[in-house]
Design a protein around this ligand. Structure first.
Ligand SMILES: Nc1ncnc2c1ncn2[C@@H]1O[C@H](COP(=O)(O)OP(=O)(O)OP(=O)(O)O)[C@@H](O)[C@H]1O
Ligand SMILES: [Mg+2]
Length: 305
């Protein structure tokens, strides 16, 4: 696997506050990496540090093999969403993108800039001045800016916060589309459901370090709250049946409750679901339905100290 970002023991202080206390992280080329953490945990600081907007205090990082000492070179391969407050308010949307495009060596035609605006959900707003844009519209033009110049690495800091649900879905689709084109996307969001849907791997930043790292599925399994499953069987399974089954299979199957014709159970891993369903069928129970309700990333997040 090729790494596009390699970070070792990265630290960043603001005044006397240690924001990043030693970040170790590698991001693979072509993946969507979701970065989450509480307000003020340092996600934006991290992005500012690895994109050269602010200076690190110590540690090292490389972007596509370019060491941080030559960060100006790596800027050419990074598309980063600016802060909405850094937009040129007096410019018209499409002119702003053309202007920024020229600066980043983007060679698309005017018509293609209009297509890009349509892609992010700004169809019909091309000629309006940015100062007349709503917050969500400004956010969208910032996302469009990050896509200029055909960057290999696209960094989006809270691209969907403040967007209506339809626009947020549009942005999620853009992320998927650019990943298919071979791009790597690093994004932050407080919407954990969205992070779950879009990310190949997730990192949880807490107290200045990456506390949890893995695929959404790994993180959910590791959290150890177990996998909730509901089964619809005939006869309906009772607590007693589950206790006996548990003993026979030598694994922990927790009986949670009976809800109408469903029995809610909890197991530790996916493999156990297989073992359990096989055993049920072999023992003559008629299994009509088995639904897996994995714990959510929200639960993982709430269990990260
Ligand atoms: N330019 C700055 N000068 C001084 N302190 C800063 C600066 N930028 C960020 N900080 C501090 O660094 C810490 C991390 O802030 P940061 O904006 O990186 O958090 P975040 O994880 O992006 O939060 P949010 O989810 O609210 O966007 C906070 O304590 C913040 O006050
Ligand atoms: Mg932030």
């Amino acid at each position: 696997m090729t790494e596009i970002i390699e970070i070792s023991q990265l630290t960043k202080k603001y005044g006397t506050t240690d924001v990043l206390k030693g970040i170790d992280l590698t991001i693979h080329q072509g993946e969507v990496f979701g970065f989450v953490g509480h307000n003020g945990s340092g996600k934006s600081t991290f992005i500012h540090t690895i994109t050269g907007i602010t200076n690190k205090n110590s540690g090292f990082f490389k972007i596509k093999d370019i060491p941080d000492a030559q960060i100006d070179k790596s800027k050419k391969i990074i598309g980063v969403m600016p802060d909405v407050s850094n937009l040129y308010e007096h410019m018209r949307g499409v002119h702003f993108l053309q202007y920024m495009g020229k600066l980043s060596g983007d060679r698309r035609s005017k018509r293609d800039y209009i297509t890009l605006m349509k892609e992010v959900g700004l169809e019909g707003d091309e000629k309006k001045r940015i100062k007349s844009y709503s917050f969500g519209m400004k956010k969208k033009i910032c996302i469009a800016q990050a896509l200029l110049g055909n960057p290999d690495l696209i960094i989006l800091d809270e691209p969907t916060s403040g967007l209506d649900p339809e626009s947020a879905i549009k942005i999620r689709n853009i992320v998927k589309k650019y990943q298919k084109l071979g791009k790597t996307i690093l994004l932050t969001s407080h919407n954990l459901d969205e992070i779950d849907k879009v990310s190949d791997r997730v990192g949880i930043l807490s107290n200045g370090v990456i506390k949890k790292l893995g695929t959404p599925r790994q993180l959910k399994e590791e959290t150890g709250v177990g996998i909730n499953i509901s089964v619809r069987t005939k006869p309906i399974l009772q607590r007693n049946d589950i206790q006996m089954l548990s003993k026979k299979l030598e694994m922990v199957v927790n009986f949670v409750e009976n809800k109408k014709e469903y029995t809610l159970l909890q197991v530790a891993s996916e493999e156990e679901i297989l073992t359990l369903s096989r055993e049920l069928i072999e023992s003559g129970v008629q299994l009509y339905e088995l639904k897996v309700e994995q714990c959510s990333l929200e639960e993982v997040f709430m269990n990260t100290k």
